[in-house]
Structures are given as C-alpha cells and as structure tokens.
Design a protein around this ligand. Structure first.
Ligand SMILES: Nc1nc2c(c(=O)[nH]1)N[C@H]1C(S)=C(S)[C@@H](COP(=O)(O)OP(=O)(O)OC[C@H]3O[C@@H](n4cnc5c(=O)[nH]c(N)nc54)[C@H](O)[C@@H]3O)O[C@H]1N2
Ligand SMILES: Nc1nc2c(c(=O)[nH]1)N[C@H]1C(S)=C(S)[C@@H](COP(=O)(O)OP(=O)(O)OC[C@H]3O[C@@H](n4cnc5c(=O)[nH]c(N)nc54)[C@H](O)[C@@H]3O)O[C@H]1N2
Ligand code: SF4
Ligand SMILES: [Mo]
Length: 708
C-alpha cells in the first residue's frame, strides 16, 4: 500500500524533537534527532550536534532515513503465502491469524521433532540491546529452539584479539587527533565508520601519517599519506616481517616484552623465519617497503593500529588478526594514549547474560544445539540432524547477505520447511516466506544502544507511531510467547522494564555504568560511560585481560581449541599464494566483496537514491587482467566457481591490484542481473577461528558475457 510522502504541510509548524540512535551495524552509532510535525509525521532526521562523535551530521545512507521509513513498499500488514514458494504471491491476514498459525505449527513441530527443529535466524538489522540482543535470546531459550552461532561478521577477529590481549577495549576515536602514525589495516572507515574521518583529517593536520593497507584503493586509501596493496590473505606474513625488522634492528621494547608478555622466545623463533624477502614474495610487496614500514611504525609514537572486521573474512582470518594484534606489543605501543589497538569498544561494558536471556530459568529446556549461521544453506539441505522444520528470520536478509546463497534458496524451497520472515520490506528472503510479519523502523520503536565504536550509552525514544500494523521485534516475541502459552513474566516485560533490569543486574560487574540510570538515559538520550581519561587508555596499567594478565604470544587457550599455539601465516584455502611465489594455478582470481559506501550490508539496497549512487553491481578488474580476458569497461561479465555464478558489470580500473578482483556489497538479488548477487559464489567454509565467515576467500573465473 502506498503512503503519501509528498503531502504539503500548511501553516507554521510546531515541530517536536525526539532523541534517538541509529540502529544500523556501524561503529558510529550516531545520536539522532527527529523532528515530528503536529500530525505525528517525521519531517527530518539529523545527527545531534552535542554528541562527541556524531557532531551534527549523518552519513550518506541515514541522511535518507525518511525515504526508508516512509518507503512506498514498507510492509504494513501480516501476509500469508498463496502462490508457490518464492513466487511472491501473498494475501493479507490479521495478526491474530498470523500468531495462531505460527504457534500452532510450532507446537506441532515441537511435539513431533523437538524444539531444536525450529531455527531463529537473525543478525544485524538493528544493533539494539532489546530489539536485537534480548530478542535474540529470551523466547528461543524458553522454547528450546536451536541456538544460532552469530559468526557471519567478526567472529574470527574477535577470537584473534581475545587470544592476544583478552578483550575488546579500544579508546574512543577522538583520541586519534593525538596519534602520530595511524595504520589502518584492512578497514575502510570513510565508508564504514565515517565519523572516524574528521579525527583522521585532524591528525594529519597535526602532522600524523595515515597509512592504509588494503588491496583495494578505497575511499579511505585515497586520502591517506601512503597506500600499501598486499595480495589478499597475506597480511600476517607482512606483520611477521615487520616484527623481524624491529627485532633485527633493535626497535622492539625488550624490557616491556619481558615484563608484559608470555611466550616471547617461542614467538621470536617464528618471527625469525620471516625475512622481509620472504614476506615480499608472499605479499607481492617490495622488500624495501616492508622494511621502511616496520621502521616507521616502530619508531613513531604514539602509533595506533586500526583494525575492523573486513580483514577477518578469510579462511586464515583469525590468525591474521591475531598476528596483527601482536604488532603494538612488539613495538611497545600498548598502554599509550593515542597508541595501541583500535578494534572495538565492546568490552568496556558487558551486559549480565542471565538478565538478557534468562536461559537458566526452570521453565527453559536444557541448552540446545547451536548451528552456525554461515552454514544456513547446508543446514537447510541436510547438514542438520534433526532437520530444521521451521525457520524464523528477523533482522537479517540471508538470501542477499549470507554466503553460498544458491544452497539457501534450495533449502527455502523445501515443502516441509515452514518459514516466517519479520521484515520492513519484501526482501528476496521474504519472498520465500510462508508468513511475512511487518516490522517497525527505528523511529517507531524503543531501545537502548551500546556502540562498538565509541563510549556513550544511548537511548532510542520512538518518534512516531508504527506505520500500518508494523510491530517491533520484541512485541512480536511477546505475542509469540503468549501464543505458545508461556506465562513467564520475563517474556512479557516492556522495553523499559528490560533496560532497567539489564542496567541493575550488570551494574555490580561494570563500573562503567556508575551513575547511569534509565531515567537519565531517557532525559539525555546519550550518556558517556563512566570511564576516567586514564581508564580510557586500554591496558595503561600493563594488565591485560588474558588468563595470564599479559599479552599472550604463546597461548594455551589457542592450543586447547586446536589452533596453532602461536600467531603465524598460512595460505588461504582457496588461493594462488604459495610459499615461494604467486602461482596462477588456473585462470581463476580472488574476488573481494567488501562494504558498499551507500548500503549497510543489504540494508538501504532498495532506496532508489542510494541504489542510484552505487549505480550497478560492478566488478573492478585491473587492466592487465581485463586485457587477458578481452573484457572492457561497462560490459557484463560472468563470475563463477563450483558454488555458483552471477553477472556483474566490468569496471576496468587500477583501483585493485593486478591479480585481484573486487565488487562491493550487498546488492539485492532482485535488483541485480539474473536476480542473483555475488553471494552465489562466496563460500560457506568456516574460518580458522570461531566458525567465522570467509566471504573474501573466493576464487572465481571471470569471462565476458553476452546480454541475455
Ligand atoms: N557504508 C557501509 N558501512 C558499513 C557496512 C556497509 O555494508 N556499508 N557494513 C557494516 C558492517 S556489518 C561491518 S562488519 C563493518 C565493516 O567495516 P570494514 O572492516 O571497514 O569494512 P569491509 O569493507 O568489510 O572491509 C574493509 C577493507 O578490508 C579490505 N580487505 C579485505 N581482505 C583483505 C586482506 O586480506 N588484507 C587487507 N589488508 N585488506 C583486506 C577490503 O578491501 C576493504 O576495503 O562496516 C559496517 N559499516
Ligand atoms: N558478499 C558479502 N556479503 C556479506 C558481507 C560482505 O562483506 N560481502 N558482509 C557480511 C557482514 S559483515 C554482515 S554483518 C552480514 C549482515 O547480514 P544481515 O544482518 O542479514 O544484514 P542485512 O542484509 O542488512 O539485513 C538486515 C535486514 O534486517 C531488516 N531489519 C532492520 N531493522 C529491523 C527490525 O527492527 N526488525 C526486523 N525484523 N528486521 C529489521 C532490514 O530491513 C534488512 O533486510 O552480511 C554479510 N554479508
Ligand atoms: S550508519 Fe553509521 S554513520 Fe550512518 S548514521 Fe548510522 S551510525 Fe551514523
Ligand atoms: Mo558486519
């Protein structure tokens, strides 16, 4: 049903201002202010000027937020499938009918196959503590549904960081203005964390060098002082050789290493294997460049290493991030203000697990199996035993964003699978649903946000009434719990009650919550975590959060998990990079598919203005590689491998290094040639650590394609 977004408003306007938070998967978690007119309609969404990171502006995507909220294709009512699966034919039903149909199917499935045959599938539609975190746990714990290993994004990296320093503690990005060298490694903040950029610019004005290490000439790389383009998946080799140079030139901090690290001698043996000449062969970089980089990184203080999750989506991604995390230790940068590691701020505050999920209530069945979300296609087509008979998707768009989509679609077509999708739009995933439920946007729901890129806690007050019959995730969970006949009060609490419960239960273990109350959150919208200036410098006291309290080069934990006990480099599983040189074993090339500037994963992929700015799903290919294949710019090309294929539009360009292909993601399949995107080729193989995703370990054949 179309909503009129163009109605003129007459007379002087009395606008109400409502404070909120951007819910999208972005470390900036911007503080929003929404202006609402006398008819209850939002007329503008802006960034709060008084927030230390937002500073009065929003990114290219969320500047268009009202186009998303009032989009003519917003889902407004529950729908039931009437055509065949995937045909996109639905009829309107009431919420009562929808809830009763879902819960009666579930009761039957539980009786026949057990709760584990129901799989909730969700990720980062909203990062809200209630509409995301609590929603991801409570009902599912009570129901005994299969657990979901949420490993699609940064799982391998988190483990890598955890093993070395024991926690995700980064300073707030404002501190970058004091850094003298900023090494941005496999991260593209100009697109993915834009509010970091003004601090980088200021740092450069203050004399800092900004160095970007990325096979692609990203927006961030373009404004850096130096851009280094290694072959993908070889970064650990580069880091080891940097450490080699530091050690052999006496640029490391031996005293600090003796006092604050475990396993240095063993690690040194490995470092000694990595001469710059050897790393040059693996990375495709010049030996002198590696030596020079090592010297500057070791001798410039303070030096900040910025890592995000992009670089971890390889089969060796965990070891890569773990090895990089050792660099600040060898150079003696940990514990310095404006130096060390800037990965994520997530562990400055940890919510009490029981308050969030209530898993230990007596009404909850024993802990169920856990299924890895990266394997969704395999799970639906036979890997899960007992099989999954019902899939409940919310906060996610797997038919666009999950690897090896061809398999997922095959699974979604199963007649014996009952699929429910809770969404704002009829996405490619929703098209395969048996029941679609309409979801609210952030302007229509209440929540609390704990950013992963800075240090304020933020409230989101609803600005407008839900459109149509849209309901928030938590309201849907409450309705489903009732439909299932569950009487537990913790399944019916309202959002503020939950926030209060989380704050109070988490307070004893988190001094960063001191003085932060629901009342203040509601009044101020955004409150800095209670951390003094000194506390905001991670590991300043030389104490790390690992079992030994030190930086762990050698790790018993890693050994116990079956990983290499030491950091190091191994080639990717699908790769031309072998020990001595880059050997083109066949004509296939590695295809990177990182974040697009105007989308967030697949979110915003249906907003015409933003889609227009991304223009088309392109394939960057270096002129040398293009010429070998007779590929010209603007031409449709087919990329394929044993998993599947899709077609992209060639963009012959030196933005990528020779031998590497790139596209940006995530395009909606329905807006792509042949209704398929790059994830028809990406692998559902798991990374070396923690079941992480491996989107960027992807060899493809690329060839010209004729127009259909
Ligand atoms: N505009 C926008 N913002 C986003 C998102 C989005 O889709 N669009 N997504 C959000 C999400 S979910 C996340 S997780 C974050 C991700 O934030 P980032 O980590 O900054 O983003 P990515 O684009 O995934 O990856 C960053 C860079 O890593 C590079 N890279 C890939 N493999 C390698 C490698 O082997 N070596 C090196 N040196 N570099 C490599 C890619 O070329 C890419 O430029 O961004 C969030 N913000
Ligand atoms: N090729 C390729 N694929 C990738 C990546 C890549 O780099 N390359 N990156 C991966 C990464 S890092 C990530 S994190 C994943 C993200 O994967 P997903 O979490 O699946 O992200 P989206 O595709 O943006 O889908 C989120 C969906 O949630 C919906 N949504 C938003 N708010 C709400 C709400 O309040 N309630 C409900 N019910 N729904 C809501 C949105 O409309 C959207 O359709 O994608 C991964 N996919
Ligand atoms: S997507 Fe990121 S930069 Fe854009 S408004 Fe949201 S939090 Fe801010
Ligand atoms: Mo992500």
């Amino acid at each position: 049903m179309a909503l009129d977004t163009t109605a003129p408003v007459e007379g002087p306007r009395k606008l109400r201002v409502v404070h909120g938070t951007c819910p999208h998967d972005c470390p900036d978690s911007c503080a929003l202010e929404t202006q609402v007119d006398e008819n209850g309609r939002a007329v503008s969404v802006r960034g709060r000027a008084d927030h230390p990171i937002t500073r009065g502006w929003l990114c290219a995507k969320v500047n268009r937020y009202l186009e998303r909220v009032y989009h003519p294709e917003r889902l407004l009512y529950p729908l039931r499938r009437v055509g065949s699966k995937g045909s996109g034919k639905f009829e309107r039903i009431s919420w009562d009918e929808a809830i009763s149909e879902i819960t009666s199917r579930w009761k039957q499935i539980i009786a026949e196959h057990g709760g584990q045959s129901i799989l909730p599938y969700s990720y980062a539609g909203t990062l809200g503590t209630v509409q995301g975190g609590v929603t991801d746990e409570r009902l599912w714990n009570r129901l005994g549904a299969s657990g979901l290993e949420r490993a699609i994004c940064g799982h391998a990296a988190e483990e890598g960081v955890q093993l070395v320093v024991g926690g995700r503690l980064a300073p707030s990005p404002e501190v970058l203005v004091e850094s003298k060298l900023i090494l941005i490694w496999g991260s593209n903040p100009a697109s993915t964390a834009p509010h970091v950029m003004p601090f980088l610019r200021q740092a450069q004005k203050n004399g800092a060098q900004v160095i970007v290490i990325d096979p692609i000439r990203t927006l961030t790389a373009r404004s850096a002082d130096q851009h280094i383009q290694p072959y993908p998946g070889t970064d650990a080799a580069l880091a080891l050789a940097m450490m080699y140079v530091m050690v052999h030139e006496g640029l490391h901090d031996q005293q600090w290493l003796d006092a604050h690290t475990v396993g240095w001698e063993k690690f040194l043996e490995r470092i000694n294997e990595w001469t710059p000449a050897r790393a040059a062969r693996v990375t495709g970089l010049a030996e002198e460049l590696i030596v020079d980089l090592a010297r500057r990184y070791a001798t410039t203080k303070p030096a900040m290493l910025r890592l995000t999750d992009g670089i971890n989506r390889h089969t060796n991604g965990g070891q890569t991030v773990r090895t990089l995390t050792c660099l600040p230790a060898v150079a003696g940068h940990y514990g310095e203000r404006a130096g060390g590691l800037m990965y994520s701020t997530s562990d400055w505050l940890k919510w009490d697990k029981q308050a969030r999920g209530h898993a230990h209530e007596t009404s909850c069945p024993p802990e169920p199996r856990v299924l890895n979300m990266n394997r969704l296609g395999a799970i639906l087509t036979g890997e899960a035993d007992p099989p999954v008979y019902s899939l409940f998707v919310y906060n996610a768009n797997p038919v666009a964003s999950t690897p090896n989509v061809g398999k997922i679609v095959e699974g979604l077509m199963r007649d014996d699978l009952f699929t429910v999708v809770h969404e704002l739009f009829e996405t490619d995933t929703a098209r395969y649903a048996d029941i679609i439920l309409p979801a609210t946007s952030q302007l229509e729901q209440r929540d609390l946000h704990k950013p992963y890129g800075h240090l304020t806690l933020q409230y989101n007050e609803p600005a407008i009434e839900p459109l149509g019959e849209a309901r928030s995730n938590w309201d849907v969970m409450r309705a489903l719990a009732k439909g299932m006949g569950y009487e537990d009060a913790w399944l019916q609490a309202d959002v503020d009650e939950i926030i209060e419960e989380l704050l109070e239960a988490s307070r004893p273990q988190n001094t960063s919550l001191q003085g932060i109350t629901l009342e203040r959150l509601k009044a101020d919208g955004a409150i800095p975590l209670a951390l003094s200036e000194e506390e905001q410098v991670p590991f300043a006291n030389g104490v790390f959060r690992t079992p030994s309290g030190k930086v762990e080069f050698y790790s018993e934990q890693a050994l116990a998990k079956g990983y290499d006990p030491l950091p190091g480099w191994v080639p990717e599983v699908e790769s031309h990079v072998q020990e001595r040189e880059i050997v083109p074993v066949d004509e296939r090339l590695p295809l990177l598919c990182p974040a697009a500037h105007h989308f967030i994963s697949s979110s915003f992929g249906n907003i015409d203005t933003l889609k227009g700015k991304e223009r088309f799903p392109r394939l960057w290919i270096h002129p040398v590689d293009a010429q070998k294949r007779s590929i010209r710019s603007g031409q449709l090309v087919r990329v394929s491998n044993e998993r599947g294929w899709c077609r992209l539009v060639a963009d012959v360009s030196e933005e990528v290094r020779e031998g590497v292909l790139a596209t940006t993601t995530v395009w909606w399949p329905m807006f792509s040639p042949d209704q398929r995107n790059v994830n028809w080729t990406t692998s559902d193989r798991l990374a070396d650590f923690n079941g992480g995703s491996t989107f960027y370990t992807n060899l493809v054949l690329v060839e010209p394609s004729v127009e259909p």
